[in-house]
Design a protein around this ligand. Structure first.
Ligand SMILES: CC(C)(COP(=O)(O)OP(=O)(O)OC[C@H]1O[C@@H](n2cnc3c(N)ncnc32)[C@H](O)[C@@H]1OP(=O)(O)O)[C@@H](O)C(=O)NCCC(=O)NCCS
Length: 168
């Protein structure tokens, strides 16, 4: 089994040949992710295998999210919250079509959760949200994300419901 690492997107990573089967996600990684990385509008982390460190097997992008009215949240989750809550967005997550079903999507999702836990410990934040694309709703539901009642393609996982991470 390959030894894998997740690292911040950098110049050495070959984004041009990444293919996850989604034109939008490919295009975004190839043309936009590095610019956002530079100006801090979002942060992208790539999963690589040690024997081919330039080849991007998958990536996850995270960003700050606009405040969400508590009325948009699942009812049970909204109890005891202020009118609006701050959170984070898992903006994009994709695994190369050649590298599916190796657990890389899960590794990237847990990486995002751990980083959000670290950020929330320092500056607060209620939850991580995800705009699920390309039929990935069931993928996120496996990990405890709940759909927003009025917009089921958006899912939410409170930080308090995330696993405990050693560096979280
Ligand atoms: C969704 C995606 C990231 C999953 O990546 P992956 O590396 O193949 O997933 P993993 O191997 O880590 O799978 C982890 C678990 O999720 C399940 N899973 C994977 N894709 C799934 C999907 N689309 N729906 C439901 N479950 C899914 C797997 O069966 C596995 O479950 P198991 O451990 O019980 O067997 C990948 O299919 C992908 O990049 N799709 C195209 C882009 C996309 O849809 N991104 C999400 C947009 S927000």
């Amino acid at each position: 089994m390959a030894v894998v690492k997740i690292e911040a997107l950098g110049k050495a990573h070959d984004v041009a040949n990444f293919d996850c089967g989604s034109t939008d996600l490919n295009h975004w990684l190839r043309t936009t992710a590095r610019q956002h990385q530079k100006n801090n509008t979002s942060k992208t982390f790539v999963l690589i295998e040690e024997e081919s460190p330039a080849v991007v097997q998958g990536f996850v992008t995270m960003a700050i999210r606009d405040v969400t009215p508590k009325d948009d949240l699942p009812v049970a989750m909204a109890k005891k919250l202020p009118m609006n809550v701050a959170g984070y967005t898992l903006a994009r997550l994709a695994v190369s079509t050649n590298a599916r079903h190796r657990g890389y999507g899960e590794r990237l999702l847990f990486e995002a959760m751990e980083r959000v836990c670290q950020a929330a410990r320092l500056v607060g934040g209620f939850a991580m949200f995800v705009d699920a694309k390309d039929g990935a709703v069931d993928f996120y539901k496996k990990y405890g994300f709940l759909q927003l009642p009025n917009d089921p393609d958006i899912l939410v996982l409170p930080i308090a419901s995330m696993p405990e991470f050693p560096n979280g």
